[in-house]
Design a protein around this ligand. Structure first.
Ligand code: F6P
Length: 326
């Protein structure tokens, strides 16, 4: 296998943080050092790149982080990086630091930024890290499994109190424009209904479900609403409350608790595999790609493809959520 001449790489996290980013960084550092490379961490994402915030990382710098959520390199979005001047400044900083290739852990926006750097001559390998699981080309992103487990635990707890008070609970999950977390959580917790951005659910259907659940004597009604759905949880709850269908209605917006927490075994292992593979791609001269989970394998998917297509919601999962809620 052809070996590239690269001796120094950078690693950074960008966009919304995701549990598992630390195991991913750790894997890039340890695998890079094992290949005889120097590894520099870019602190504070693209904002840090813009200001030359780099730090050499040795094996001890990534000790004791496997089990920690968040990203010890921190992350930040940067509007300036969307400008040619910003990109030129960032590339000057990378060159001055001697960084010859970059591993970027992040979501859609971060990988788009990586493609821009790639187009200006910076070799980049992307690692999908976003709890939304909205990145095309990979079965799973880092952080999704941990976020899903957080959501499931929260809904299980909310079901206890909902049943004790004979209430309808509207629970809002993250996901930006993707309903993956909401649908999976709905199936796994047996929610009565799931509302997602990808499918328009008439308000009348929600009313009919809540009305029917109450009349059938159900102890509660759990409705999981993805934040990108056409109606937000607070508004839906108010409209149901005004109709006085029998249940009292309450709302819980899970918010950023879905982004934290100790990475699960699945996320730690996925992130480790992605990190090791990213270094392998760099050493073998494969740039402009993203590490992607394809069934049981980690494969390279061209970044251009990743950022130009949208991940679709599983119709099978959506159907399951509906059938099992009856
Ligand atoms: O992309 C991850 C995500 O958590 C989305 O689900 C959510 O809409 C967004 O980030 C929140 O962004 P911020 O952390 O900047 O408020």
């Amino acid at each position: 296998m052809l070996k590239s001449s690269i001796r120094t790489i950078g690693v950074m996290t960008s966009g919304g943080d995701a549990p598992g980013m630390n195991p991913g960084i750790r894997a890039v550092v340890r695998a890079g050092l094992a290949q005889g490379l120097r590894v520099l961490g870019v602190e504070d994402g693209y904002e840090g790149m813009l200001h030359g915030k780099f730090r050499e990382l040795g094996p001890r710098d990534v000790g004791g982080i496997l089990q920690r959520g968040g990203t010890f390199l921190r992350t930040a979005r940067s509007m300036e990086m969307k400008t040619p001047q910003g990109q030129r400044q960032a590339i000057r900083n990378l060159n001055n630091a001697g960084i010859e290739a970059l591993v970027i852990l992040g979501g859609d926006g971060s990988l788009t930024g990586g493609t821009m750097l790639m187009q200006q001559g910076v070799p980049v390998v992307g690692i999908p890290a976003s709890i939304d699981n909205d990145i095309y080309g990979t079965d799973m992103c880092i952080g999704v499994d941990t976020a899903l487990n957080t959501i499931v635990d929260a809904i299980d707890k909310l079901r206890d109190t909902a049943s004790s008070h004979n209430r309808a609970f509207i629970i809002e999950t993250m996901g930006r424009a993707c309903g993956y977390l909401a649908v999976r959580a709905g199936i796994i917790t047996g929610a009565e209904m799931v509302l997602v951005p990808e499918v328009e659910t008439p308000f009348e259907d929600v009313v009919a479900m809540v009305d029917d659940a109450y009349k059938r004597g159900k102890a509660h009604a759990i409705i999981v609403v993805a934040e990108g759905a056409s109606i937000r949880a607070q508004e839906l709850a108010q409209k149901l409350e005004d109709l006085d269908l029998g249940f009292d209605t309450r709302v819980t917006v899970l918010g950023h608790v879905q982004r934290g927490g100790k990475p699960t075994a699945f996320d730690r292992y996925l992130a480790t595999r992605f990190g090791v593979k990213a270094v392998e791609f760099i050493v073998s001269g494969q740039f402009g790609v993203m590490t992607a989970l394809d069934g049981r394998d980690i494969i390279p998917v061209p970044l251009q493809q990743v950022i130009s297509k949208k991940q679709t919601l599983s119709q099978e999962a959506l159907a399951m959520a509906r059938i099992l809620a009856r």
